[in-house]
Design a protein around this ligand. Structure first.
Ligand code: C2E
Ligand code: CA
Ligand code: CA
Length: 708
């Protein structure tokens, strides 16, 4: 069949083979660059995947452009392809492209690598075009014109360099419209492929050649043509779709991550910004005020009487009240200028240089708006608020604004609430001392100024010592011994309680181990602060400390105050559950001062209640105190909890508590908190504050039954 009358079915569908040729080359180049976009500086497994895809795309394009190119030649005979060499060339093409792309298309590739990669790629392209012609099995073989080949190589190198350089530039610099630039690079690469292919064909000198027909396994030129055109277009489209799909997934993942990040800066209950994000807004507003020589006002709103609402109507109603209040505050201030500081506290920022009158006016409007009743679940509740106002820059540096607003708010509250108060310097005369203490406290941990004292717990029926409570002490180099009542709240307020608590956990475990090595198996209780409970890894930390010092978890008890335990009921139940699983006991401290629900108490895996000292104090003088103490003891018994009375100072209190059936006693009457060493000496030599003995089991191997 002569070339002139060959049926060309494909031509019925495409305008001309020439156009198809170009289109395929461009498409292949585009898909290749699209996939290569994902190559990072380091080629990991995923990177190899993308490299493979990119090379596959380019090789397929090269190869099919070649078949079409041959088809375009008006040879005086039909061409037949031998499958093995033909596919071999395709594989070779893939390998050459992979090499070039691997060098040039990494994210970190500089100009030098781009050029080396481009040369490799050009060499690969021309090499493939040459071997493709060789694989046709023409007789006589092609008579290569070397200058023509040289020109083809130069054209390919120029095109590849330009394309890859452009691509590398836009990939790093261009943020938007990247696809258009990528298309431009692909166009250059496509042109390089088609042009070099024509030049290679020209250099082959294919006049008057014959095709050997003696071979088996041959594909006709037409069959090959259809295969190539349909197959490669399908393959390339598939790769393109895959690449787009992946880009889409990646973008939506990115969006989801962004959303997540945004959420973590927002208070989940009210959807207002939280303190962290608000501090950023505040700093920015203050900076703007500085540059424009203006000022700003900050209002700290603290609700009066919110706790009773929470306690009497439940947390669900409390939450809805907070949401309602957040909405009202939002409607009174500019967008993003209201935040929830935590609990029932909110912050309002007035940027744009407000006057004190304007700030007072806003505070008055806040009070007015909050005092309107809230209808929730058919019930009407009303709250008032205390507001502290600071003006910047008059009332202090940015870093002190919230603290100063807090001081002013406390003033408003102490004058009866439902009012606002501007900051004055006298409100923070104690604050300076606090800041100094805070500074010293940071140092105290590192300098080893903290120490644990241990106060024995006495088994009421026998009078034996069965355990101790660890209480923190700070030996300040200048101020002497500082009470935890002073420094624990500071640590809590300024974010130090985490490290203090971590030290405590480790120190207690270490001490238990030291005593045990000395022959004393002491059970020790530690106090956990509400802020510690919020540490997500607290249980892990306790488990780790127990493990590191090889301490039996049954020797450790965690005391958590009743109000803390009731504050976040669900969270506490979960946390207690995890502790109980570890084998650590749980004690509810200061019992009687908070508001427990019986149903909830039942759910807690606690093993002990500690009657608050305030009830013990009045036992001898107040009938009410006696009623409370006896009720608590009965309640505990009905819940199968042990009862400890703390703060026992007199023989009278001791006697009453024993009569009521209290299990354990703790107080100055028996022993004050003492150093670990003093306690060990007392245990070993039996010389102590009172004639009391340590329970004999404390000196034996711990039996599980005795721990119960
Ligand atoms: P708490 O847990 O109620 O501890 C009992 C407090 O009562 C201790 O005061 C103890 O020394 C004192 N006390 C014991 N017996 C008597 C007595 O007969 N009469 C009187 N008047 N007081 C007695 P301390 O050591 O000053 O601790 C005060 C509070 O500080 C503790 O109250 C606890 O809430 C907190 N605290 C102490 N150490 C730590 C700690 O390591 N971590 C945490 N988060 N809080 C701690
Ligand atoms: Ca305690
Ligand atoms: Ca207590």
């Amino acid at each position: 069949m002569s070339g002139a009358d060959k049926p060309r079915m494909i031509e019925m569908f495409v305008p001309s083979l020439l156009a198809l040729d170009w289109m395929l080359a461009f498409l292949a180049a585009f898909v290749c660059l699209d996939l290569a976009k994902r190559l990072e500086s380091k080629l990991d497994r995923e990177g190899f995947g993308w490299l493979l895809g990119a090379s596959l795309a380019l090789a397929t394009g090269l190869w099919s452009a070649q078949v079409i190119g041959i088809d375009r030649l008006d040879l005086p005979y039909a061409i037949e392809y031998r499958p093995v060499p033909a596919f071999g060339v395709w594989l070779g093409a893939g390998a050459a492209c992979a090499l070039g792309l691997a060098v040039a298309c990494r994210r970190s590739a500089g100009l030098d690598r781009t050029l080396i990669g481009a040369l490799l790629l050009a060499g690969g392209i021309v090499g493939i075009q040459v071997s493709f012609v060789e694989a046709l099995g023409l007789q006589p073989g092609p008579a290569w014109l070397l200058p023509g080949l040289g020109i083809a190589l130069i054209a390919a190198a120029a095109g590849c360099s330009a394309a890859l350089w452009l691509y590398a530039e836009v990939r790093v610099r261009v943020k938007q419209g990247l696809l258009a630039w990528q298309a431009a690079a692909a166009l250059i690469l496509g042109i390089a492929i088609v042009v070099s292919q024509s030049l290679v064909m020209g250099a082959a000198g294919l006049n008057g050649v014959h095709v050997t027909t003696a071979m088996q396994d041959v594909l006709s030129e037409d069959a090959m043509g259809v295969l190539v055109k349909v197959g490669s277009a399908a393959l390339l489209s598939m790769l393109l779709v895959m690449s787009q799909l992946e880009a889409h997934l990646r973008a939506s993942l990115q969006r989801a991550k962004g959303e997540l990040r945004k959420q973590s800066f927002r208070d989940p209950l009210t959807e207002l910004p939280n303190r962290q994000i608000f501090e950023g807004t505040l700093a920015q507003a203050a900076h703007q005020a500085d540059t424009s020589q203006g000022g700003l006002a900050l209002l700290l709103v603290n609700l009066d009487g919110f706790k009773p609402i929470n306690e009497s109507l439940g947390h669900r109603v409390g939450d809805r009240v907070l949401r309602e209040i957040a909405a009202r505050l939002r409607s009174l201030a500019q967008a993003h200028m209201v935040a929830r500081l935590g609990g029932d506290e909110f912050l309002l920022l007035m940027p744009d240089n407000p006057t004190t009158e304007q700030a007072a006016d806003l505070a008055a409007r806040v009070l007015g708006s909050l005092s309107l009743p809230c209808r929730i679940e058919g019930r009407e509740t009303a709250v008032t608020a205390s507001i502290g106002i600071v003006m910047y820059p008059e009332h202090g540096a940015v870093s002190t604004l919230i603290a100063h607003a807090d001081a002013a708010m406390r003033f408003a509250k102490s004058s009866g609430g439902a009012t606002y108060c501007f900051f004055e310097a006298r409100m923070v005369s104690g604050l300076r001392e606090q800041t100094e203490l805070l500074r010293d406290l940071r140092r105290a941990l590192a300098q080893g100024e903290l120490e644990l004292f241990y106060q024995p717990k006495i088994h009421a029926p026998t009078g034996e010592i069965t355990g101790a409570e660890a209480l923190m002490r700070w030996q300040h180099p200048r101020l002497g011994m500082i009470s935890p009542v002073v420094f624990i709240p500071i640590a809590e307020r300024f974010g130090l309680i985490g490290s203090l608590g971590n030290w405590l956990i480790d120190e207690v475990c270490r001490q238990i181990r030291v005593w045990r090595d000395g022959g004393l198996r002491m059970r020790v209780a530690i106090n956990l602060s509400v802020h510690q409970l919020r540490q997500p890894d607290l249980v892990e930390r306790i488990a780790r400390a127990l493990g590191e010092h090889d301490v039996n978890p049954g020797l450790l008890t965690c005391e958590i105050t009743e109000s803390v335990a009731m504050e976040d009921a669900e969270g506490t139940i979960r946390f207690f559950g995890q502790l109980a699983q570890l084998g650590v006991s749980i004690s509810i401290d200061d019992f009687g001062t908070g508001h427990s629900s019986l149903a909830y108490l039942r759910k807690l895996p606690a093993s002990e209640l500690k009657i608050d000292r305030s009830f013990v104090l009045d036992l001898e003088t107040s009938e009410d105190a006696r009623k409370v103490a006896s009720a608590v003891i009965n309640l505990a018994k009905s819940l199968d909890l042990k009862v400890v009375a703390e703060g026992v100072e007199t023989e009278g209190q001791n006697r009453i508590l024993r009569e009521f059936g209290c299990d354990q006693l703790q107080g100055y009457l028996f022993a004050k908190p003492m150093s670990a060493k003093a306690l060990a000496l007392w245990a070993m030599d039996d010389v102590g504050p009172r004639s009391m003995t340590f329970r004999s089991s404390l000196f034996k191997e711990t039996q599980p039954a005795e721990l119960a």
